[in-house]
Design a protein around this ligand. Sequence first.
Ligand code: NAD
Length: 453
Amino acid sequence: MSRRASELTSPPAFARRPSALDSPTSVSRRQSGASSRRPSIDPSRLVPMDKAHHIGGSDDFNVVFVGAGNIMFGSDEGPWNHSFRFEHKLGPRLKVVALIDPAVERATTVLQKKCETFVRSAYENTRVFKTLEDFVRNMSKRDMPRAIIVGSPPMFRGTIQPGRDIESQIMKHFPGVAMFIEKPAATGPASELPEAFQVAKAINESGTICSVGYMLRYLRAVQMMKQIINENNLTVMATIARYACAYEAIAKPDWWDKSKSAGPIIEQGTHFCDLSRYFGGEVDMSTVNAHSLEWDENAGHLSKMSVDETAIPPENRIPRVTAATWKYDSGAVGSFTHLVALQGHDYSCELEVYADGYQLKLVNPYVQPVLYIRKPGSDIEEMHRFPDDDPFFSEISVLIDNIEDIEEDPETAQILSSFEDACKTYELTWAIRLATERNRKIKKDAEASTTAA
Ligand SMILES: NC(=O)c1ccc[n+]([C@@H]2O[C@H](COP(=O)([O-])OP(=O)(O)OC[C@H]3O[C@@H](n4cnc5c(N)ncnc54)[C@H](O)[C@@H]3O)[C@@H](O)[C@H]2O)c1
């Protein structure tokens, strides 16, 4: 269905509170954490974009985008493209009032492309600024955003240091305005972890609506797994996750440099650490142990890297395999193996969740999710496919529904990934990296003392 057709035929959507932004009840409800919304989503309500109507109403919905890169405007690397999902969710109401990016030329180019298409009305008045402060200095009252979407690199967020504190800047200049923050919550030395939690506390205390980009939580398959666990009152016994990326397709030099991207667990494996936590619950960080296969070990040689690794200082080169285990507070056990081993394009990723009598196995969540379910009383695995599922759209759709505070639909989901929760995933990924580095040092020290003897 074309955009135009859906505009003409869509029924009036759910009624909204006219001043949801300022509603004291909604703010106090969020602050108290007493949400009437469901902590999970009925999978049948997660519909692909072409079957969803854009949200009702006729007033402009002002949005600020921070970052004009791949996550915001798409690339060949994957299905992500937030602007596209905003266009579909908000229809003609979308007005991108500012695009913040120090790479002004890149920002201008993506806007020009948008203005050549039928979504022109959302972008024809968008202004480009190098920083959020520049926008604040130059904005008029009419530009006040309803949401600020942060898709800049993670080194610029999750701390309270100037220039790396976008969340605090947003809360200072735009109190009450909703935020969407891409994953991971931060990237910096492990010593800065408490700062990320400080940011989370400030977000919670201010009652700001904030969603973090762990979109796999919004997969229909993932919500079906949640539904089975909830409806059968199951206790998770173990999570087993495996994430094998196709390294040949990863051409960003920064990705291969731990000093820039913090390594593949913090940057990429984070999605599966997060999903593991979504099912297993809180992790006892003191139990996290992990081993790695490193670039300088015989088995770690890769023949098809598309970057020149010799340009990266040896101490910053990334591990090829990381295998971690931990205990959840519940007693359940988690394990995660990340591999930089496959060539070609597609990743090979699986998550298994076990409970008494049950095996829930999620396969290929990025490309074509399949869920295999084994239940008590049978050795047969049921297979479920989820064609056309779009978790990126569902994530944005839920965010907008929460901002608009739809009253007439008690089933509207709550945001599935808060900043505080994302900090806990960030903490787990750091604990895994530190454990591998600890174990590598023990091995190296042992080798050195054998050589010396
Ligand atoms: N959820 C997912 O599946 C997914 C997929 C891709 C990227 N991401 C995340 O999105 C974020 C951005 O990744 P990307 O692939 O779009 O990177 P990118 O390099 O393609 O784009 C980042 C953009 O941010 C701009 N930028 C740099 N500093 C800035 C600042 N201080 N303020 C505003 N803009 C700034 C850069 O100039 C660039 O245009 C990362 O955190 C990444 O992990 C998530």
